[in-house]
Design a binder for this molecule. Sequence first.
Ligand SMILES: C[S@@+](CC[C@H](N)C(=O)[O-])C[C@H]1O[C@@H](n2cnc3c(N)ncnc32)[C@H](O)[C@@H]1O
Length: 214
Amino acid sequence: MSIIINDLVENYIDGLYKCKNEFLKDMRAFAEQNNIPIITKDTEQFMSILLTIHRPRRLLEIGTAIGYSAMSFAATSDELEIVSIELGDKMYDLALKNIADAGLNPRIKVIKGDAREVLSNINPEFDMIFIDAAKGQYKLFFDDSQKLLSPKGIIVSDNVLYKGMTASNEYLVKRKRTIVKRMREYLKYISNHPEYETAVLPIGDGIAVSVRKG
Ligand SMILES: C[S@@+](CC[C@H](N)C(=O)[O-])C[C@H]1O[C@@H](n2cnc3c(N)ncnc32)[C@H](O)[C@@H]1O
């Protein structure tokens, strides 16, 4: 059940979703069976539209998991190159296997490590950045990765409404207090950032789209 949007509306929108290929279909099923969080169907669809409009040549992703989102982004254009960062050993190995099986080497390169360290050793520049890792670290990821962003580039932050908890204490689970506090500070920060125009959208678990004014 979703708190961000009404269940009936969510199910209706999901019913309109069409998977781009068999690899992605199998990977979504695998993620569901193994409780691995990947982008929701509506987030995937929204990202496809954004990628089709913006046409980035290089995209940086923070948080690869099994490689699902990176592979779905790659399916929008043969020209797109992706660099994705993943901390977990198991996720990294699964992502490499999935990417190789789908023949997406070397268009998708996965770097193993903590994004907080890896980001200072990556060459610019990226036309789009997708942040989808530890929610308490988003400000850090934003500040460090935006140095690698091209003028008029876009930063998309996923899961920013965090099951509604960011928006209202009514949904707040006590043990998530610190992460939620940080996410609220993050949204305030990017919404008031002088170099970016930001919209927070109730898609999936909440998406923030920040466009560099250039
Ligand atoms: C929500 S999952 C990513 C899902 C993926 N983007 C998708 O939609 O298919 C978040 C991933 O970020 C990774 N992660 C968390 N903190 C990280 C960090 N500091 N640096 C790199 N990866 C991190 C986790 O290991 C996890 O696999």
